[in-house]
Design a protein around this ligand. Structure first.
Ligand SMILES: *Cc1c(COP(=O)(O)O)cnc(C)c1O
Length: 493
């Protein structure tokens, strides 16, 4: 299986190369030249998560030795997930929550970012790359920590994470600034997530700068969902969720379901689209946005318009106006029309918007939920079912309710539950009509009581861990910041 850029089909690379590079030289994103298919889902229903992951990841990344894929999956989904099945499907209020937040950093990003470091390391060894890799990462809150944790102390790899200074939750910030590991660097930027992501993409596109880095012994890669190594492991859990429904006899073989995904950079929902294209019986993909409803507007009108103010919401990991992976989606549904993609992306960067008139409404249903709707959903779900949703999951649930009302389509539904409520105690507590304590950790105790679980050690330990990363920079200074970090090592943090 080869990979090529969404903007140029001629230059094919192996999956190892695509994973090391992260993004194509022309600014496009790597996509598989064809999406492999699965059939006979019935015969897969007794597969463990690891078995299924080995099968699916192995189909896409077939230039990897089988033992490397196996080692990656075994290493990712063992101890780090408490040696349990990494994903849980929980039925509440007539919907199925696919809980993807049981990993080391309590958000779905762990599902891929526990695997990616193994794939990266194996690719570096197999390809005989001598330079050290610098994994440049822009985060809206959850990718940063998951990348830091995943790549911590991986030989030959450095991680640099840029997060928007005022754009992440208090707990997300604490998770990052207390990060240990000699190869980890965390920088707050004075800007929002889009600024951070654009800065990172600009660094990738700067030929001169990359040459300079290479002379100093470094090559760049990415841990964002622009990296195909992030995306493919995420396909697995949608298939797993479906198989779980089959196994529990909640659906019949071949029966179609709908999937709802709370969306920011469009990576997670794109993985659901890949699962569908692989043959999984999925009817509608429902793209749920928060108040930053660029995608909702796009799916309704065909106009993608990023020229608006980015709002800070209670679901910060979705506070994004430029959804990178939409490019891959458009590539696939346009029949791989690279010149059209190039054109749209040029317009987006030069004019701030583009139009896609051919868009078929059948492909995706887009809708958004505002802050009041999110609070109401959290409150009602807790009172009715005793189930606590984090604000991102609550966006998805709220949107699903609107979908149901509008369409009457009540097929079995899976809702991607992307983060643990522990990461966003303030919004959860206020939604339940309680007073939010000033102290973060008192709030966390309230969440633990509501969920009737112990506070995870990854959360409780944050109260006493020393802050190791204090650097901030302006959005124009990201290139320099990277150079200084690499030259200065830890002392610059
Ligand atoms: C990253 C994230 C999202 C958005 O996922 P995308 O793949 O960027 O669309 C939603 N919820 C949470 C909790 C996240 O961390």
């Amino acid at each position: 299986m080869k990979y090529y850029s969404t903007r140029n089909k001629d230059n094919k690379v192996s999956s190892m190369e695509a994973i090391i590079r992260g993004i194509a030289e022309d600014g496009g994103l790597f996509v598989p030249e064809s999406i492999p298919t699965l059939s006979e889902f019935e015969s897969l229903k007794d597969f463990s998560y690891k078995e299924l992951a080995k099968l699916i990841v192995g189909m896409y990344f077939d230039d990897y030795p089988e033992e490397d894929i196996n080692a990656a999956i075994n290493g990712a989904y063992g101890e780090k997930f408490g040696n349990k099945e990494p994903v849980k499907l929980v039925e509440k209020a007539g919907v199925h929550f696919l809980e993807l937040f049981h990993g080391p950093t309590l958000a779905f990003k762990d599902m891929a970012l526990t695997v990616l470091p193994y794939l990266m390391r194996s690719a570096l060894l197999n390809k005989g790359i001598e330079e050290e890799v610098v994994v440049l990462t822009a985060t809206s809150g959850d990718t940063g920590k998951a990348a830091l944790e995943g790549f911590r102390d991986v030989p030959g790899v450095n991680v640099v994470v840029f997060y928007p200074k005022d754009g992440v939750s208090e707990l997300q910030r604490l998770q990052m600034v207390t990060q240990r590991g000699d190869n980890t660097h965390v920088v707050a930027i004075e800007g929002n997530f889009d600024d951070a992501q654009k800065g990172v993409k600009d660094i990738f596109g700067d030929v001169e700068y990359n040459k300079e880095l290479k002379e100093s012994g470094y090559v760049l890669s990415s841990a964002n969902s622009i990296n195909i190594g992030r995306l493919i492991p995420q396909v697995v859990y949608y298939v797993y969720g479906y198989l779980n429904l089959l196994k529990e006899e909640k659906i019949k073989a071949g029966q179609e379901i709908n999937i709802v995904v709370p969306t920011g950079n469009f990576g997670n929902i794109l993985a659901a689209y890949y699962a569908k294209e692989m043959g999984l019986p999925v009817d509608r993909l429902i793209c749920a946005s928060n108040d930053n409803k660029v995608l909702t507007d796009f799916f309704e009108t065909g106009l993608y318009d990023k020229e608006r103010k980015l709002l800070l919401t209670s679901s910060p990991s979705m506070d994004i106006l430029v959804s990178s992976n939409l490019e891959r989606f458009l590539f696939h549904i346009s029949g791989k029309n690279q010149s059209a993609i190039q054109d749209m992306m040029d317009k987006l960067s030069k004019e701030g918007s583009f139009r896609w008139s051919d868009f078929s409404k059948e492909e995706i249903y887009g809708e958004f939920a505002d802050e009041v709707e999110v609070s109401t959903s959290i409150d009602k779900m807790f009172r009715g079912e005793g189930y606590v949703m984090d604000p991102h999951t609550a966006v998805a649930y709220s949107v699903y309710k609107k979908f149901l009302k509008e369409t009457g389509d009540d097929k079995p539904v899976i809702i991607a539950s992307t983060a643990s409520p522990f990461k966003f105690p303030g919004k959860v507590i206020s939604s339940m009509g309680k007073t939010v304590p000033k102290n973060l950790f008192e709030g966390i105790e309230i969440i633990a009581d509501a969920m009737e679980v112990e506070i995870p050690s990854q959360v409780s330990e944050l109260e006493n861990l020393p802050v190791l990363h204090r650097q901030t920079c302006k959005k124009e200074e990201m290139k320099n910041a990277v150079l200084e970090l690499l030259q200065g090592g830890k002392s610059n943090d």
